[in-house]
Design a protein around this ligand. Structure first.
Ligand SMILES: Cc1cc2nc3c(=O)[nH]c(=O)nc-3n(C[C@H](O)[C@H](O)[C@H](O)COP(=O)(O)OP(=O)(O)OC[C@H]3O[C@@H](n4cnc5c(N)ncnc54)[C@H](O)[C@@H]3O)c2cc1C
Length: 459
């Protein structure tokens, strides 16, 4: 059959390219292909200017439970092992001090308690009092009257250029593949249909066929699923995130703040920008947007198709808006986008990190920040925070990947490799993958592929 592959991946962000890499490097499949709609790989949310560039290990993210932290620690380790093994230190992966600060009595004692629990999982974690912070990151304490305590580390990999890594996955997949490994750019997959035991994919380059398809299309994954009759119990709520720039001299560390448990999205942080040299960034904000791509105007209709508003979706919105804290948060985040007033308003938020920050120090980062396709679980009338997978058990999988989807790319890809191996019966050198990507943690690595029906792995 012409244009036939064992596996076709739809989407060339970090999720699709990570899967391409694992299939090429560790399985004995004869042929794999990846289709990307734009002329370049990783041009949307994976692009480093559109995300927070954080390797989420779970040590300073107070929105993660201990269990969630354990999971992300393992998948973050896979990514740092990959990057270091391939010599990308200081090219795509960087070390600088990282910490989460607790400001005021309540947050300071929260940080102290959390430190006691989390230091067993992260033995390198340290507690920093005001005097320590004055040496490590003086601007955190200058002009601050309230208590401040932080926990963090000074010498861990914490920043990563996800876009660069995605391109490296594609290059290394091509090098590793013994059979055929094709990457099609400018090749949007318009439609996927099942034809007997194969799938037919309609693209601008013609029809292509595969035994197995993985849809890693970011915010478009759920829409693709809906078009094929899957995942109708889910809706997609895209949440944009913007950033503000400040001069690099303002901040040399990755500084996270304590999460308000009631709020559905992570609190803002500040850090050096690894791509925009000479700048640090504060953000991201959180703004619900009626589109599937942040800077593409013609995705409004697709948004409504993947939201499929009904009573359950309205109930989720109603619940969110009935909470005073969440309502204020949504309103505040809308204002952070309004020219004229946004800088002054965001400044108050950013001053939690740098109390002496002034309006002249910050500027709205135009055209920076992507969107997170958050999933609404219509059955349980809940907003899910974290990645979700629809495994149809019929040879096609759809991945929805809000944060920390980029950090978890190799862990998520591994789940898909295991599903593919089970479905197609191909060979898989799992031991080598464990050795390469998980080092001594190999024993923990039981990412199950036996979950029945749809798997929703939310955080
Ligand atoms: C503001 C913000 C901050 C974030 N910070 C972090 C962070 O610090 N750490 C972290 O781990 N994660 C972070 N994330 C999340 C992270 O960016 C995403 O989880 C990750 O980039 C998802 O990668 P992906 O490949 O699944 O999707 P995307 O990067 O969105 O890629 C999907 C690709 O599919 C292509 N595509 C779509 N439809 C089709 C089609 N029909 N045919 C062909 N191609 C198609 C698109 O063009 C795109 O290239 C952040 C996200 C945002 C928005």
């Amino acid at each position: 059959m012409q244009h036939y592959y064992n596996v076709i991946i739809v989407g060339g962000g970090i999720s699709g390219t990570a899967l391409l890499y694992e299939l090429a490097e560790y399985t004995d499949l004869q042929s794999v292909a990846l289709f990307e709609k734009y002329p370049k790989l990783a041009s949307l949310n994976t692009n480093g200017k559109n995300n927070s560039q954080t390797l989420h290990c779970g040590d300073i993210e107070t929105n993660y439970t201990y269990e969630k932290a354990k999971k992300v620690k393992r998948t973050a380790r896979m990514l740092s092992n990959y990057a270091l093994k391939h010599g990308y230190k200081d090219k795509y992966i960087f070390k600088f001090p990282k910490m989460v600060i607790g400001v005021g009595e309540k947050e300071s004692s929260f940080i102290q308690d959390r430190f006691e629990t989390f230091k067993t999982l992260y033995p390198y974690l340290e507690l920093y009092e005001r005097n320590d912070l004055a040496k490590i990151e003086p601007k955190l304490v200058e002009g601050r009257r309230e208590n401040i305590v932080a926990m963090g580390a000074l010498d861990e990999y914490c920043a990563i250029d996800f876009g660069g890594v995605a391109e490296s996955f594609a290059e290394n997949a091509k090098k590793a593949m013994k059979g055929v490994c094709d990457i099609y750019l400018d090749a949007e997959v318009y439609q996927i249909d099942r034809l007997g035991d194969k799938f037919q994919l309609l693209t601008p380059k013609g029809k292509y066929f595969a035994d197995y398809v993985v849809v890693d299309a970011g915010a478009h994954s759920l829409l693709q699923a809906h078009k094929m009759g899957y995942g109708k119990e889910y809706a997609c709520l895209p949440i944009g995130g913007s950033f503000y720039y400040a001069p690099a001299s303002i901040l040399g560390s990755k500084v996270y703040t304590v999460q308000n448990d009631k709020l559905p999205f992570a609190a803002i942080h500040g850090d050096p920008d690894i791509l925009a040299k000479g700048k640090s960034r504060f953000g991201p904000t959180a703004l619900a947007l009626p589109k599937l791509e942040r800077y593409t105007e013609n995705t409004y209709l697709e948004f409504f198709e993947s939201l499929r508003p009904d009573k359950s979706v309205m109930k989720v919105f109603y619940d969110l808006l009935s909470d005073d804290d969440i309502r204020d948060y949504i309103f505040k985040n809308m204002m952070y986008e309004v020219p004229g007033i946004r800088k002054g308003l965001f400044l108050k938020e950013a001053r939690k990190i740098i109390p002496t920050l002034e309006e002249k120090d910050i500027e709205f980062a135009e055209h920076v920040g992507g969107l997170r396709p958050q999933i609404i679980d219509k059955k349980n009338k809940k907003l899910l925070l974290g990645e979700a997978k629809i495994d149809t058990k019929e040879g096609i999988v759809f991945n929805m990947t809000p944060s920390p989807g980029a950090t978890s790319c190799l862990g998520n890809a591994l789940k898909d490799v295991e599903l593919i191996v089970e479905y197609l019966g191909c060979g898989f050198d799992k031991k080598r993958l464990q050795r390469d990507l998980l080092e001594e943690e190999g024993k923990d690595m039981s990412i199950s592929s036996n979950t029945p029906g749809y798997i929703v792995s939310a955080s």
